[in-house]
Write a protein that binds this ligand. Structure first.
Ligand SMILES: [Fe+2]
Ligand SMILES: [Fe+2]
Length: 265
């Protein structure tokens, strides 16, 4: 059997998406989708309600008035943002390994950075940018769940400068792009997300390059050992961003992401 299929089949907890995400996505698919239905998911879960209220009152969105009603909070955000946040919160347990929230944190940083840059440059819809950034490394869950110790070893080698996909292949005979692409197929994720998962390390091969380029750039920007030379200058030009401003941009993104991470943690 193909190694990627073997790895994905081997992690039972991942075969189905969390129920709350399936519910939220099904509501969004209906032409008659209403905020009330989506809101019911949030209001059914007290901790989710508290998180939404905290987030909507935080500096992340910068609404001017204090919001104490959950229905006002949800209508201010709009359905797509509410759905995205439900997904981000519901995926947290899967992306947190033995209490270590690093993958979730990284996914939130890329999500929030993509949303920020999409808003700033209008290169794509900011809500789609957020969710593309959030799911890009979803394949890493499979590697973590298969052998957490071995994947931690991969991560430390990558931190020392090793190439991530090559190192994953060396230890797992597959990589997070392959496992992520298979998950995207199994979970029937929309084509935009499947594409980002498959090509965020190689945007030039994608048939939908903008989201892949955006995710690829933010993915590099948020790294602890950020290296400006790793950034694609052409794409930077396309965004109208001055290469000299990357360090400030990185700070702004990390700061903004931290607000959302702390409100949703
Ligand atoms: Fe990746
Ligand atoms: Fe990443």
């Amino acid at each position: 059997m193909d190694k990627t299929i073997e790895l994905v089949n081997g992690v039972k907890d991942i075969h189905a998406m969390p129920t709350v995400i399936v519910k939220a996505l099904n509501i969004m698919k209906k032409p008659t989708a209403s905020m009330k239905e989506l809101g019911d998911i949030v209001m059914f879960d007290q901790s989710l309600t508290i998180k939404f209220l905290a987030l909507v009152n935080s500096a992340y969105y910068g609404f001017s008035q204090q919001i104490s009603s959950i229905s006002i909070a949800l209508s201010l955000l709009g359905m797509v943002k509410v759905k995205n946040i439900i997904v981000a919160v519901a995926m947290k347990p899967m992306m947190s390994n033995q209490g270590d929230k690093e993958l979730w944190r990284h996914s939130m940083q890329v999500a929030s950075g993509c949303e920020y840059l999409a808003n700033l440059t209008k290169i794509m819809d900011s809500d789609e940018a957020f969710i593309s950034g959030f799911v890009h490394d979803v394949g890493k869950i499979v590697l973590h769940m298969t052998n957490d110790k071995m994947y931690s070893k991969v991560i430390s080698l990558v931190d020392e400068g090793a190439d991530i996909l090559a190192t994953e292949r060396k230890y797992f005979d597959s990589d997070h792009v392959k496992t992520g692409s298979l998950l995207a197929k199994r979970w029937q994720l929309p084509i935009l997300l499947a594409n980002t998962i498959s090509y965020h390390h190689n945007p030039s091969l994608s048939s939908i390059p903008v989201p892949c380029n955006l995710v690829c750039m933010v993915d590099k920007l948020v790294q602890t050992n950020f290296n400006p030379d790793s950034i694609d200058k052409d794409f930077c030009n396309t965004l109208g961003i001055d290469f000299e401003d990357l360090e400030d941009l990185r700070k702004a993104i990390l700061q903004k992401a931290d607000v959302m991470i702390s409100e949703l943690s």
